[in-house]
Design a protein around this ligand. Structure first.
Ligand code: PEP
Ligand code: MN
Length: 298
């Protein structure tokens, strides 16, 4: 028996994949491919609502947006905190999209739990064991991102910390790891997806945005993630990436996200997955494989 006994696939009573229910109509790990989309950080009410309406229309099933941002520099924008949580709650009330937002510290778990449907533990906190235990006790579904230099084993043991507190609702996220390569911000470890799927019953989603660090290759990485069996995607979208307070270069514009969703839909079909209906057609025709560069924000 592995040391991650609750997380391991063979110790799951039903031996099958677990489905993590976020809300009644948002389940991660089932037939539906769950796309979580939104800005890196909540920068204000207008931009959040604009993004929320647009990503919903394009077929996203959840809204993302950081309120507490783990920035490399202490002088960089740190997020709007509780104000941002209130804006997320407002966007959820208007669009019906459940929200995912990061919790950085044990002292924030209670507050963030009041607003968020899915508690995100960021890459930099993947081995913050006190935080893992605290989100485990919160009873809220948890999105656990792989650490910058964490092995798959490290990630599974981090998930075990959450489950050991009696919280079975854990979703794993591959978001790129540090390598010698500098053409991308991180290297998307696509092989982690099928490896995780064979090791654990927990759902696995992919974040192509933080892996790539650049908007022009989000589309192909997202499709590749679907092809290797990801249960969902988390993608950064901003109404005007050139003015974004964080992660602008990797954020898709709204039209670029719409085009990426059109193409993801076709890969999802091949992978026998459903994607939420679009509430309107996109203006652009579906992208061919050689037209990805047009998804780059202006
Ligand atoms: C984020 O989702 O904006 C984020 C900071 O992600 P990560 O923890 O994967 O770097
Ligand atoms: Mn980000």
């Amino acid at each position: 028996m592995q040391s991650y006994k609750l997380v391991a696939r063979q110790t799951n009573v039903i031996k099958n994949a677990s489905e993590v229910t976020v809300t009644d109509d948002c389940v991660i790990g089932g037939r539906s491919l769950v796309v979580i989309a939104g800005p890196c950080a909540v920068e204000g009410k207008a931009m959040l609502l604009e993004t929320a309406r647009a990503v919903k229309a394009a077929g996203a099933s959840m809204l993302r947006g950081g309120a507490f941002k783990p920035r490399t520099s202490p002088y960089a924008f740190q997020g709007l905190g509780e104000q941002a949580l209130e804006m997320l709650a407002e966007a959820r009330a208007e669009t019906g999209l459940p929200v995912a937002t990061e919790v950085m510290d044990t002292r924030q778990v209670e507050l963030v739990s009041q607003y968020s449907d899915l508690l995100q533990v960021g890459a930099r906190n993947m081995q913050n064991f006190a935080l893992l235990a605290e989100v485990g006790r919160s009873g809220k579904p948890v999105l656990l991102k792989r650490g910058l230099s964490a092995t798959i084993n490290d990630l599974l043991l981090a998930a075990e910390y959450v489950m050991a507190q009696g919280n079975p609702r854990v979703v794993l996220c591959e978001r790129g790891i540090r390598t010698f390569e500098t053409a991308t911000r991180n290297t998307l470890d696509l092989s982690a997806v099928p490896v995780l799927k064979s090791e654990t019953h927990l759902p696995v989603i992919v974040d192509p945005s933080h892996a790539a660090g650049r908007a022009d290759i989000i589309g192909p990485l997202a499709c590749a993630a679907v092809a290797v069996g990801a249960d969902g995607l988390i993608i950064e979208v901003h109404p005007d990436p050139s003015t974004a307070k964080s992660d602008g270069p990797q954020s898709l514009t709204i039209p670029a996200f719409e085009r990426v969703m059109e193409t993801i839909r076709r890969y999802a079909l091949a992978a026998e997955r459903d994607v939420r209906e679009q509430s309107h057609g996109t203006s652009e025709r579906v992208l061919g494989a050689n037209r990805w560069s047009e998804a780059v924000p202006a």
